[in-house]
Design a protein around this ligand. Sequence first.
Ligand code: ADP
Length: 528
Amino acid sequence: MRLTTPTAPTAATAAGPLRVLYVCAEVFPWLKTGGLADVSAALPPALSALGADVRLLMPAFSAIAAGVEPQGPIIHLPAGGTHGLPHGLGPQAHTASGTAPGLQAGRLKDTGQPVWLLHAPGLYQQGLNPYQDDHGHPWANSAERFGWLGWAAALLGSGLVPGAGWSADVVHGHDWHTGLAFGYLHALRHKGLSQATTVFTIHNLAYQGVFGAGVRAGLGLPDSLFHMQGLEYHGNVSFMKAGLVYADHITTVSPTYAHEITTPEQGFGLDGVLRQRRGRLHGILNGVDSSVWNPAADPLVQPGFDAEHLEGKALAKTALQDRMGLAPRPDALLCTVVSRLTGQKGLHLVAQVADELVARGGQLAVLGAGEPGIEQALRDAQHRHPGQVALHVGYDEPLAHTLVAGADVILVPSHFEPCGLTQLYGLRYGTLPLVRAVGGLADTVTDSSLENLDDGSASGFVFTSFDAKGLHTALRRAFALYRRPADWRTVQRHAMGLRFDWDRAAQAYLHVYRMAQTDRQHSGTPHA
Ligand code: ADP
């Protein structure tokens, strides 16, 4: 499952550039709930730099629409039974609120990246979060929201949107929100209506988009897809399973997670499906977008710093302590967390070790929002240790930079972690990651054990057992190393020199696209 790219592939052939439809629900800086937005901002330009013609397809959520310069009229999407499409395939011609969805070409205002916006008045305008209402409940129309996204991807990718003037060689969808695209594409392919090759990327298997079987009629899902080997999941419709079953190839965001999700412990009920598809499942690590996360040129961290000039990092620490109301103690081991506060992230463990961390002379600065129980546990720790523990509840991009730049250690004690980005940002900023050895954390951080210090490979602190004792042991190692400033500097310098860049990842994705195309040519049209 580890992916090697023997020769650097390019995305241009005699037939012209490889056309990639990149389908997703969020993109930084316009709409972000997690790492997917960072990936969607960085991977398409990296693929374009290798010669691909990449177009994003996203719902016209208000925040996304605000970030797009429209470049043409809205073209209405055909429904089943029109334009030669089979009857009963795809959603009705109108959404439940009675409007006909359409596509509009445009470009992202900041990068100029080409985008197709999916307009459907009444479907995408509610609230700020694309998945949940203000009370944290999934939107009641989630199946319709993302069913239409899948249908639009399938039609556009197959060149079946009259007037669009574009079709894709590869449809590349991200997470469950795009899963139905692969079901529709499978059905269109079976009718001889689609040539597109398909790739589906799992950013987090925990979120699957499972809906009652009653949604099938409104979404125009053919019965031929609704069975155990298809998108049916215990009598329900699973968008995630549609992607896993029907995409030509599947990727996820680290080699270790690609293995973990084939096991019952981490498979979230889909490990059997993933084991069946193991030969077409690849792990490709995410990268760091150095136009956003670079300590030497970060407008949110002034003055900047690099591995050879760390004076700016000391100033960043003072700024962090000041901003978060922590005591101005330059010598305290300052630990930080920048995260969604969910069970996945293991942050209840951080609350449990907070007393010990402070007793050892450390400080803790947390930025995050999420589950009330975790928020409360961290707030309690803050009240017990004023000036030494600080919590900021909310989502705050500039503050995230302040914390990553100014801290000594970034804590990521996740229960599971597909890739994880904040540990990569920590490495880049000389903020040593303290992580649990799962998923992408295991693939990117090397423990400061004696032998790793000895051979120069140490870049942080790693523990395995998912409990306070495991975290505490790793913290003790961090305190021990911090008392040896020369060794700390050596590890810091090594960490800051590591590169997880998007060019490498984009080459690996191109390699998967090529493999998927080759497999398709050899296998022909599959049976529905
Ligand atoms: P996930 O996608 O599971 O949330 P990742 O580590 O892959 O985790 O990506 C999280 C992204 O969201 C990072 O860019 C991180 O800096 C950012 N982030 C998380 N929580 C916050 C927050 N409260 N404020 C600002 N940025 C945040």
